[in-house]
Design a protein around this ligand. Sequence first.
Ligand code: PLP
Length: 415
Amino acid sequence: MSSTLTARTPVAVPPSDGLWFGKDLSTPEPISEEAIERAVALMRSGRLHRYGEQGSGYPEPSLLEQDYATYVGSKYCVAVSSCGAAMFIALKALGVKRGDKVLTSTFTLAPVPGAIAHAAAEAVLVETNADYVTDLADLERKAATSGARVLLLSHMRGHIVDLSATRAICDKYGIAIIEDCAHTMGAKWDGKHTGTWGKIGCYSAQTYKHINSGEGGLLVTDDDDVAAQAILMSGCYMMYDQHILKPGPDVFERWKYVTPNFSMRMSNLAAALLRPQIGQLTERGRRWNHIYSTLERELAKTEQVLIPARDAKEEFIASSIQFTLNLKPHQIERFLKECASRGLYIKWFGVATPVAFTSNYEHWHYLAGKPDIPSSKAVLDQLLDLRTPLSLTNDDCILIGKIVAAATRLAVAVN
Ligand SMILES: Cc1ncc(COP(=O)(O)O)c(C=O)c1O
């Protein structure tokens, strides 16, 4: 066994009461045979870069862009190297410059403030409420006072704020919305795909997302100028004709001499792996939501667990579940330790030092000034997080509920 694997795999001894989980919650679904065959054929050809100076036909990323734009109902889609790259390109395409303020979600993960920092802009954090979504009163206050022209809205862990109301606030103050849909691919608000409510939508195809090519991102927009800039910035050199979805030549004429190439393209290989997965999203969503509702029911059996009800307009696809554990921080630490000793690794957004993928705004010391968010901390301090791989069975969900109940009983007793 490699030392990396050993370092990542804590050893816990199964307890005698049988409440032992032990499954790896970060196990992804295998790549389908169809996708593997396409990838192998591509490797045999050696043509892994999406652009070619000669030849005909459209490369895999152009076909993926077409499929995905049809799926969400957008005019354009640009395939890039990651969702972080998509968000960076989105900010640049909207003209965000050094020192500009960008409104963004407090409850999110590091690549979101990272994209703002990459664009040399300043993140202005907007409060997250007890439903784990953006506090619209705070958004309105900061839209009116911050001078920001862009909101980078993160649908963190698949929780979707009222997008009609968000758009109304942003329209009132002339603010463009970029949606971070890393956790909401396939999800909708009021029947319309997330990512299509604002000016630009950004999606991830990193392994722990709804579709998986290891790394990968998609940017969607209906705006001609944004699309042309995104194609050029992603690194098409002057081969934008190899995109199926593209604005007219006059639009590229406007941008081609003034737009830097940031080399953030998607490779043919990643696109070949992703194309068959678009067609699997609906079925995967159904399975994920079955797991979510089963876990929701089992976790709710513990009095201290609170799971916010979701709005009827929110058609989420839950690849994870979050819950509020109504305990003090030191009790939550005890809770987590007990769960881990039973082979159940739960993440905590109130954690004092960043752990693996989980960090919070208190760890992003590059943010300018002290964030003005008096109430988000209380939400994050009790917010727990569990990945829900599609391999989870009903029995697994019941067992997780029992372990959470047992660990809570122990933690409550800690003074
Ligand atoms: C909320 C959120 N937004 C954006 C990203 C960035 O995605 P990527 O890894 O494709 O850059 C992530 C990645 O985990 C994320 O969790």
